[in-house]
Write a protein that binds this ligand. Structure first.
Ligand code: PBG
Length: 331
């Protein structure tokens, strides 16, 4: 049907009309998840060079940070730990007195309503910086899938025992959601839900995070376990498998260069979906804003709204706390 005289501009002529006809709900604090880095043995917070405004916190400071976050109206945070002791098998990650376990217990004691998500991976805890158990092969090395699964289940169980509301497996091992779900069920922790890093790409956007989490691989890269960015059908399959294995929320990561993946997964699977706007995305905007090259607030709100329009229900972003402040100012 053609309306030759249709006045499209009537639909956007002023702020009131534009608001009436919007297809995407306005961004709110409830859409946001804030990442927090906690480092064992730290006496005072330390800024991450490549991520201005983002810090590694001591355990005590992390609890204060959680309180500040809660006061802004953001309901979720995701925790990453930097341990003192690293070894081949990431043993600090499943230590009952580990840094993340302690922080989870303190946060949940003080702020039971705050939803605590714990990232489950080995790279911050291994001496080699890979996300699993390394095996030497003729060609070099390999991350052993099934040995890694056992450890991931142990880590997830230990975070669940400490009181995490969600565990978020990010190692990209086959079957990781299944073994974690089974371990939780067997141990009476069915209430602990799983936010699965389903479509996590091998990306150069993770650079600043590896500084923050001190988790760069000492050799090789993660291309044999994280996804190849030429592919999108594979992302659908990964997400489907995670749903079948018991994920409660699935995730796409990174976000900015992967909005087609966010859109397709939401469209085809219609399941609670998070996207992770990663460290490199944050750094690009932050550093450009520091040079006054762009309007930081407007750019960030435009990008985050784009994620919602694409189909994301949750957005993990290092801008979460700042955005919550901006949203308060404009209302
Ligand atoms: C752990 C993990 C990574 C990120 C989140 N969880 C790093 C990686 O895979 O190397 C990256 C997040 C970011 O860049 O903000 N495996």
């Amino acid at each position: 049907m053609i309306f030759p005289n249709l006045r499209m501009r009537e639909r956007r002529k002023d702020e009131e009309v534009r608001r009436q006809l919007r297809q995407t709900a306005a961004l709110t604090q409830r859409d946001l998840i804030m990442p927090i880095f906690v480092k064992e043995g730290l006496s005072a917070k330390s800024e991450i060079k490549s991520m201005p405004g983002i810090y590694q916190f001591s355990a005590r400071e992390a609890v204060g940070e959680a309180q500040r976050l809660y006061d802004t109206g953001i309901p979720y945070l995701i925790l990453f730990g930097v341990p003192k002791h690293k070894d081949e098998t990431a043993s600090s990650a499943y230590d009952e007195r580990g840094i993340i376990q302690e922080v989870i217990r303190s946060i949940k004691q003080k702020l039971p309503q705050l939803v605590v998500i714990a990232d489950v991976c080995m790279c911050e805890y291994t001496s080699h910086g890979h996300c699993g158990i390394i095996k030497k092969t003729k060609e070099g090395f390999q991350v052993d899938n099934d040995q890694t699964l056992e450890i991931l289940a142990k880590i997830a169980l230990s975070y669940g025992n400490a009181g995490a509301d969600y565990v978020a497996p990010s190692a990209m091992m086959d079957g990781q959601v299944k073994v974690i779900k089974e371990a939780l069920m067997k141990n009476n922790l069915a209430k602990v839900k799983i936010m699965a890093y389903s479509a996590k790409y091998a990306s150069s956007f993770y650079g600043p995070f590896r500084e923050a989490a001190e988790s760069s691989p000492r050799f090789g890269d993660r291309a044999a376990y994280q996804m190849d960015y030429y592919n999108s059908d594979e992302a659908i399959l990964e997400a489907k498998l995670d749903i079948q294995e018991g994920a409660d929320i699935i995730m796409v990561k990174p976000a900015l260069a992967y909005q087609d993946i966010i859109y397709r997964i939401k469209d085809e699977l219609n399941f609670p979906l998070a996207c992770y706007s990663v460290s490199g995305e944050y750094a690009m905007i932050k550093l450009a804003a520091a040079k006054n090259l762009l309007d930081e607030k407007k750019i960030v709100l435009e990008i985050l709204t784009g994620f919602k329009r694409s189909g994301a229900d949750f957005i993990i972003t290092y801008y979460a706390a700042e955005v919550a402040k901006w949203l308060k100012e404009t209302r």
